[in-house]
Design a protein around this ligand. Structure first.
Ligand SMILES: NC(=O)c1ccc[n+]([C@@H]2O[C@H](COP(=O)([O-])OP(=O)(O)OC[C@H]3O[C@@H](n4cnc5c(N)ncnc54)[C@H](O)[C@@H]3O)[C@@H](O)[C@H]2O)c1
Length: 256
């Protein structure tokens, strides 16, 4: 990955920060796109450079077309067209049943988790123009909730299911240009999105009992998969939706 230009949305936290660091360790130039946490973005960029890569930080709201376009314009002005895009930016389910869910809740999740990935993917692709060949990859951080529904999660489940369909469609549209598009479906990963599981060990243990592997996952484990999917070793993998969940998604309906 030496000098490869990698864009990571949601790069200031959790899985995105772990991906930024892992691509840095592979020698990449990483654009850490962040939403609001400037300090987190700086720490993430420092982790990239400590690991042996190069980093820049750029503020961007993935749900805003102009903001996404400006961020990619800034990256291209500094380094050129990116070869890898990791879309990790996302918000969690609101936890509100559909009958009580305000439209604004629904829209925020769809705009961030689905439309955000569309906007960043589209701008990544247009930035590359008609070029073909090379190790070019888009990795969408989806979720096992693209398949496994949860009450109070209609916004998130619909966004992630839609994201998987975006992955599948993009994969067949871009395959002839050598651009591979894959989804990673994490299960329970210890990040700020699972803040309670990190601070409340009894709560965490109660959730981990449902995971065949017996533990939650680490963001770095998801990042290792992202680096693999972006690498030449994954050159024949496109349109895949890969769970990384310690077997959790296989537990549907068990215990019923
Ligand atoms: N942690 C888990 O257990 C888990 C499981 C399955 C899927 N995921 C997915 O992984 C991805 C990363 O989540 P995480 O666990 O690292 O959580 P996180 O909260 O640490 O990271 C989410 C990131 O998205 C950014 N973000 C939110 N809204 C944004 C916007 N409008 N524009 C730009 N950035 C925005 C946040 O600033 C943050 O950096 C998400 O897409 C999430 O749905 C996480």
């Amino acid at each position: 990955m030496t000098k490869q230009i990698v864009v990571v949305t949601g790069g200031e936290s959790g899985i995105g920060a772990a991906c930024a660091k892992a691509f840095g360790a592979a020698g990449a130039r990483v654009a850490v796109l962040y939403f609001a946490d400037h300090e987190g973005a700086q720490a993430s960029a420092a982790a990239v450079t400590d690991a042996g890569g190069e980093a820049i930080t750029i503020q961007a709201d993935v749900s805003d077309e102009a903001s996404v376009n400006a961020a990619f314009g800034a990256i291209e002005a500094q380094w050129g067209a990116a070869a890898v895009l990791v879309n990790s930016a996302g918000v969690n389910m609101t936890g509100v049943a559909v009958r009580d869910m305000p439209l604004a809740h629904w829209q925020r999740t769809i705009d961030t988790d689905l439309t955000g990935a569309f906007l960043a993917s589209r701008r990544f692709l247009t930035g590359r123009g008609a070029a073909t060949g090379g190790d070019v990859a888009i990795i969408q951080i989806s979720s096992i909730h693209a398949h496994a529904v949860r009450a109070g999660g209609a916004d998130y489940c619909a966004a992630k299911a839609g994201l998987n369909k975006l992955v599948e469609t993009l994969a067949i549209e871009e395959a002839a240009r050598g651009i591979r598009v894959n989804a990673i479906e994490p299960g329970m990963i210890l990040t700020p999105m699972n803040a309670r599981a990190q601070s409340d060990l009894a709560y965490r243990a109660s959730l981990e009992r449902n995971i065949p592997a017996g533990r939650a996952g680490e963001a770095s484990e998801v990042a290792d998969l992202a680096v693999f999917l972006a690498s030449d070793k994954a050159r024949y993998i496109t349109g895949a939706r890969i769970p990384i969940d310690g077997g959790l998604s296989l537990m549907q309906a068990l215990g019923a």
